[in-house]
Design a binder for this molecule. Structure first.
Ligand SMILES: Cc1cc2nc3c(=O)[nH]c(=O)nc-3n(C[C@H](O)[C@H](O)[C@H](O)COP(=O)(O)OP(=O)(O)OC[C@H]3O[C@@H](n4cnc5c(N)ncnc54)[C@H](O)[C@@H]3O)c2cc1C
Length: 355
């Protein structure tokens, strides 16, 4: 029997617990510093199942997002988790963005997302009569789903399969003795394998246990959302067209399963944000393509932190960082930003393969 410890009960730690708990020879403990699962970035995102249109070919984001998307829809069907395959529109509002549509389409095809197509003004008006743009790229396989129901199911199945969840578990350092790991605050447990999926704390945890190893640095970027409960006619997820891999701020619209819409997330590199200024920026941005939105009904909603990483404090890394340490049974998951939610189930399968 191999003993495994997973750190962090976000969607990724839970998905790994779910996947590994199907293997009979594993005894799994999942430690979480909060009192419940899924309280950090897992609950602070757009709840979008991404289709994989704009990631770099052969990147982990590309491969794991496309596989993850299929696995999530299948999981939702099996366990009756609410989801809507809304589809997503990338709008070309300017001449420049019209050029982006072809590049995005080519990229999507290269990535294996072959159901995308460019639609003209007339078709766009028919599909989304309140949206104004010259043209758009339609990606039919994007959607939204009930993230809370999803993570609850992952938790319940894992627990039924024998995963031991320890909540409020914090202030520990994992130490190594021979080939086993143990917690400095509970030395009786010995582990053969560590999976470090602690989200924003993952790099800190790796450094504490391996002070002499080189790891990337954190490069956190906050994302703020606004929302409206206005009954808009928008049915799809709406993005402005962009170049593949571009991480510049866009002001997206995403329908909520509970009614209403969220706008954003913004891209905040500094710690302080003037929310009034940001709100005006959002309103201007949205009105560009949805002129009839009632700005009085738009209010602050929530914010999350993209756990981006960089090398040598200058070179930013845009892909997921999922690596086993050389000579140690320890896997680090860093930089698990979007599409981490969409990819969670395929990330778990990938971890199983690495192990
Ligand atoms: C603004 C925003 C929008 C996004 N939108 C989308 C989207 O629409 N679609 C999509 O696919 N992805 C999206 N993402 C990405 C997605 O939310 C993340 O990839 C995903 O939530 C990462 O899950 P996680 O389990 O790694 O992290 P988290 O949810 O942050 O979980 C990490 C867990 O580790 C725990 N932890 C941390 N330190 C310790 C410690 N020392 N000891 C014990 N436990 C610890 C935390 O308490 C937490 O529960 C978005 C992200 C952001 C920020």
């Amino acid at each position: 029997m191999k003993r495994i410890v997973i750190i962090g009960a976000g969607v990724i730690g839970l998905s790994i617990a779910y996947e590994l708990s199907k293997v009979k020879k594993f005894k799994i403990i999942l430690v979480e510093r909060k009192k419940k699962f899924g309280l950090e970035n897992t609950s602070k995102n757009s709840q979008v199942i991404h289709s994989g249109v704009y990631y770099k070919k052969n990147s982990l984001k590309n491969i794991l997002c496309i596989k993850g998307k299929k696995l999530i829809y299948k999981f939702c069907k099996k366990y009756k988790i609410k989801n809507i395959k809304t589809g997503k529109l990338f709008l070309a509002c300017t001449k420049e963005e019209e050029k982006y549509l072809n590049i995005l389409k080519k990229n999507a095809f290269k990535n294996g997302v072959k159901d995308v197509r460019i639609i003209n003004f007339k078709e766009l008006r028919r599909i989304e009569p309140t949206i104004i743009a010259k043209k758009a790229l339609l990606s039919p396989s994007s959607g939204i789903f009930d993230v809370q129901a999803f993570i609850k199911k992952l938790f319940l199945i894992s627990r039924k399969n024998g995963v031991n969840f320890r909540f409020n578990f914090k202030n520990f350092i994992l130490k190594k003795n021979d080939n086993k790991f143990y917690f400095n605050n509970s030395k009786e447990d010995l582990f053969d394998y560590v999976i470090n999926s602690a989200g924003m704390d993952a790099i800190k945890i790796a450094r504490q246990s391996f002070p002499n190893q080189k790891f990337p640095d954190n490069n956190f970027v906050k994302g703020i959302y606004f929302m409206t409960k206005e009954k808009l006619k928008v049915k799809k997820i709406i993005y402005r067209a962009m170049l593949p891999g571009d991480t510049k701020e866009r002001i997206d619209i995403t329908p909520l399963l509970t009614g209403g819409y969220i706008f954003g997330p913004s891209v905040e590199k500094s710690k302080f944000t003037d929310k009034n200024k940001l709100k005006s920026k959002f309103i201007n941005g949205i009105k560009n393509y949805l002129p009839k939105v009632n700005e009085k009904k738009i209010s602050y909603y929530k914010e999350g932190v993209r756990p981006k990483i960089m090398y040598k404090k200058i070179k930013s890394n845009e892909d997921f960082y999922i690596k086993k340490l050389k000579n140690h049974n320890w896997i680090n998951l860093f930089g698990m930003e979007s599409p981490g939610l969409t990819s969670a189930l395929s990330i778990a399968k990938y971890i199983k393969r690495i192990m």
